[in-house]
Design a binder for this molecule. Structure first.
Ligand code: FE
Length: 195
C-alpha cells in the first residue's frame, strides 16, 4: 500500500527549519540565546586560524612541540577554542608520511581551527571512498603523491578532531610568520593538498 505522506511534496527548507526550531524550543531543548551565540561563534571559525597555528609551528620549535603534545592546549594558546575544538590532535606531515582527515560518520572537523566543513568533505562519496582508496580520491582532488609516501587516513571520532600540519614549502626561508600564514590553505589542513 502506498503511504499518502510520500505524495506530499516536502516543505521548503526555511519552513522545515522553522518547524524544527519551534518544535525543539517548545520542549525547552535549546537554551535561550543558544542559536545566536553559536552564530556569533561561527563568524570566528575560519581555516585561517588553522593556518596561524601551522605558521607558528613552522617558526617556533617550542610551540610545535607543545602542539604535537597537546593540540587542544596549543590552539587555545592562540585563542582558538570552543565547540568541536575540545580534543584537537595535530598530525604533522613528513617526507615519508602524508596525513588525510575524514569523518566517515558525518562531517566533523575542528571548528575553531578549520571552520565548518566544505561541501565535498560532507559528501557521502568522499567519506566512503577516502578511507578505502585514498590515493585515487586524492588524485581526483588534484593531489598526486609519490608512491613511496605513506598515506594515513584519520577518521574523526567523538574524542578527536584532527588538524593536518602540512610541510613548510621549499623556498620560504626568511618569510615572516604572516606571509607563511597566508600561504596555508584549508585543503592542506585537511590533507587533500600540499603547499
Ligand atoms: Fe562527523
Amino acid at each position: 500500500m502506498k503511504d499518502s505522506r510520500l505524495e506530499k511534496p516536502a516543505a521548503d527548507i526555511a519552513q522545515r527549519v522553522r518547524a524544527l526550531s519551534e518544535a525543539v524550543s517548545a520542549v525547552h531543548e535549546i537554551p535561550d540565546g543558544f542559536v545566536d551565540t553559536v552564530l556569533e561563534q561561527v563568524e570566528h571559525w575560519k581555516p585561517s586560524n588553522g593556518a596561524h597555528v601551522v605558521a607558528k609551528s613552522w617558526c617556533d620549535a617550542a610551540y610545535r612541540e607543545r602542539l604535537m603534545r597537546d593540540g587542544t592546549a596549543a590552539c587555545a594558546e592562540l585563542g582558538y577554542e570552543g565547540p568541536q575544538g575540545e580534543y584537537i590532535v595535530a598530525l604533522a606531515n613528513t617526507p615519508e608520511v602524508h596525513n588525510v582527515i575524514v569523518c566517515t560518520q558525518c562531517s566533523c572537523t575542528a571548528w575553531p581551527v578549520l571552520g565548518l566543513p566544505p561541501d565535498w568533505y560532507k559528501s557521502p562519496e568522499y567519506r566512503a571512498r577516502v578511507a578505502r582508496e585514498p590515493r585515487p580520491v586524492l588524485l581526483q582532488l588534484g593531489l598526486e603523491l609519490p608512491p613511496e609516501v605513506k598515506v594515513r587516513v584519520w577518521d574523526t571520532t567523538a574524542e578527536t578532531r584532527y588538524l593536518v600540519i602540512p610541510m613548510r614549502p621549499e623556498g620560504t626561508q626568511g618569510w615572516s610568520e604572516d606571509q607563511l600564514r597566508a600561504s596555508v590553505t584549508r585543503e592542506s589542513l585537511i590533507g587533500v593538498a600540499v603547499l
